[in-house]
Design a protein around this ligand. Structure first.
Ligand code: G6P
Length: 612
């Protein structure tokens, strides 16, 4: 969380940084700030979004070819002007931006206070910049060495960039536990939390590794050292990201664009991995660990938010098809509950960003107990991808909308391939079922395309329920995780309270809430539990609840009972989540737009949760 951008070179830094911050706003958007060097350092910061910052700056001095910028998701200290970054050292010689949490900031703050320093903000960042300045003055050393020594005293996570008034030709950046990428242009450097602010200027980048410090000096080569003072040769990579992938492309919101991208992103996530004629699945990352995975006594799946929901779908898939016991855990619970893990366990870690702090910590825990970690990430080269022994990327492309959509279906696609492949290798699936699912999976992109054609009808349904105060989502079997995901989408972006429930569990509590005011979304597609779900719908109708049902094309029975129906193509039970989640994403989207909510940047949320 928090987005950082910095620039040093021959261009004006302000436009580069502001544009970059807007691209990174998905990481947090409760306050923003910028510091530019123009003889002296000008710091502008305020509560609110990057557009509020631009307004706040107005016609003030924005000159300077070196600068740093930040968009914040508050951890220490409420979102206000004072707590916004950049933070200056007491002497005013240093300014710094920071993403992460300095865990021992309390102790450091006390120590510095004892030495006579007074602080303006409540942030851990201010403590760190004071510490760097203090060490620099005390030891009479240059900025790089001061940053290095200070970071040796710090516990926690950081991605920082520091700028020094007395030396206007240098930026010092460092990272541990929070991502940081450096763009190398001609006589210029860019620094950012991800590559999106950099992509239009250069494709040559260096991903900083843990505890590395980068020294970016005008007209000098990039220098990298570790905080233990070991010299590192920078590994320059070429970015594969394209500018169009991070722009809205004519859609009103990133979320809508990403919903509509799903036929493509699902296809991309299986492209080159399945061969329909031969009836084979080739997942490069699995091969080396196939025996281990095949012989796993159980599989533990960890993730957070939507990724956890994809994990639940995978539980159904893997147990149903490959007959391996699966446990699905919230990474945040798993890491702290002293779980039993052995070398025979395989852990599948699911994460869109590949940076979620709890998931990363859960991986480290499982690794320390000897488990094999298999990562399913969307962001190539991300921390979770690197921390895993093996893995398979989802190829959803950059997901910018905070509410996850195409990443979910890409995750489910890859997890389906894993389950099928495992089932084939273990001999737990009949040839005909394997071929049926594989063939239908290949058709899913077209089916999703068909569901998207119902957009206008879903928009109409949204207009009827936009003022509801509560929603219930019900599903059974493979549709239960979809019910959870539908409810999560609605609360995230429209702020309507919604609960997802296994349809049969409704009678153990939520049924008490049902009245004329309560819309109930039911996934009632043909397949395994259809008749049971029909009974659940009757229970809701008997209590005057309103039913919005997702049904299979051509359905008759549910159509007669439901108030509104949305059709999806008929597909094998195991693939239902991939098609039935689409209308729920659209329903939430339209309701949120009609309620005037900020769909792409819902309040209090962030896309990449790099704090626990
Ligand atoms: C945040 C995002 C969610 C996401 C979750 C897990 O809460 O807003 O959309 O599902 O983090 O993130 P990950 O990147 O690990 O999938």
């Amino acid at each position: 969380m928090c987005g950082i951008v910095a620039y040093i070179g021959n261009r004006e830094a302000y436009p580069v940084i502001i544009k970059g911050l807007k691209r990174l706003e998905y990481r947090g958007y409760d306050s923003a700030g910028i510091a530019l060097m123009d003889g002296e350092i000008n710091v502008y910061k305020c509560k609110g979004k990057v557009s509020d910052l631009e307004e706040h700056i107005g016609s003030k001095n924005i000159n300077g070819t070196i600068g740093i910028g930040h968009t914040r998701w508050a951890t220490h200290g409420v979102p206000n002007d004072v707590n916004a970054h950049p933070h200056s050292s007491e002497s005013g010689n240093l300014v710094m931006i920071h993403n992460g949490i300095i865990e021992n900031y309390g102790t450091l703050k006390k120590e510095l206070s004892r030495l006579g320093y007074t602080f303006e903000s409540d942030t851990d960042t201010e403590v760190l910049v004071y510490l760097i300045d203090h060490i620099q003055q005390k030891e009479n050393i240059d900025l790089v060495e001061a940053v290095r020594l200070a970071l040796n005293e710090v516990a926690g996570a950081y991605a920082i960039v520091v700028m020094e008034k007395q030396h206007p030709d240098i930026l010092v950046a460092a990272k541990k536990g929070s991502p940081m990428v450096i763009g190398i242009g001609k006589d210029e450097y860019f620094v950012a939390s991800d590559a999106s602010p950099i992509i239009e200027y250069t494709k040559n980048v260096v991903y900083l590794e843990e505890e590395e410090i980068a020294v970016l000096e005008r007209n000098k080569e990039l220098k990298i050292i570790t905080i233990k003072n070991k010299k590192i040769t920078p590994y320059i990579q070429e970015l594969e990201l394209h500018l169009e992938a991070i722009e809205k492309g004519g859609f009103d919101h990133f979320m809508l664009k990403e919903i509509f991208e799903q036929p493509r992103s699902i296809l991309d996530s299986m492209r080159g991995r399945i061969n329909i004629e031969k009836g084979t699945i080739q997942l490069g990352g699995i091969q080396e660990y196939l025996e281990k995975i095949k012989n796993a006594e159980r599989i533990i799946i960890i993730g957070c938010g939507t990724s956890w929901h994809a994990g639940l779908v995978a539980e159904y898939l893997i147990e149903d098809l490959a007959r391996v016991p699966v446990e699905v855990e919230y990474a945040s619970e798993f890491r702290y509950r002293n779980p039993i893990i052995s070398e025979k366990d395989v852990v599948i870690a699911i994460s869109q960003s590949g940076e979620t702090a709890d998931t990363l910590a859960a991986i480290e825990l499982a690794k320390s107990k000897g488990a094999t970690i298999f990562g399913v990430c969307n962001v190539a080269g991300s921390s979770i991808a690197r921390a895993s022994h093996a893995g398979a990327y989802t190829h959803a492309g950059p997901e910018i909308g905070v509410a996850s959509t195409k990443a979910f279906t890409a995750q489910v696609t890859v997890l389906t391939l894993i389950a099928l492949s495992l089932a084939q290798h273990k001999g737990t699936i009949t040839k005909s079922r394997f071929h049926q699912i594989l063939n239908e999976l290949a058709l899913v992109p077209n089916m999703v395309e068909r569901v998207l054609q119902n957009n206008e009808q879903i928009e109409y349904i949204a207009s009827i329920f936009k003022d509801a105060r509560n929603f219930l989502y019900l599903g059974r079997g493979y549709s239960f995780p979809v019910a959870l995901e539908g409810a999560l989408k609605l609360k995230e972006i429209s702020y309507i309270h919604a609960e997802g429930y296994p349809a049969a569990e409704m009678k153990h509590g939520p049924i008490a809430l049902i009245d004329e005011e309560m819309p109930v979304v039911v996934i009632a597609t043909k397949g395994g539990n259809y008749e049971k779900v029909v009974s659940n719908i009757q229970e809701v109708k008997a209590r005057k609840g309103t039913i919005i049902a997702v049904v299979t094309e051509g359905d008759v029975q549910v159509k007669e009972m439901a108030d509104y129906v949305i059709e999806v193509p008929e597909v094998d039970d195991a693939l239902i989540p991939l098609v039935s989640v689409i209308p729920l994403q659209l329903l939430s989207y339209h309701i949120a737009v009609m309620r005037g909510c900020n769909v792409d940047q819902p309040r209090n949320l962030a896309k990449s949760v790099t704090v626990e």
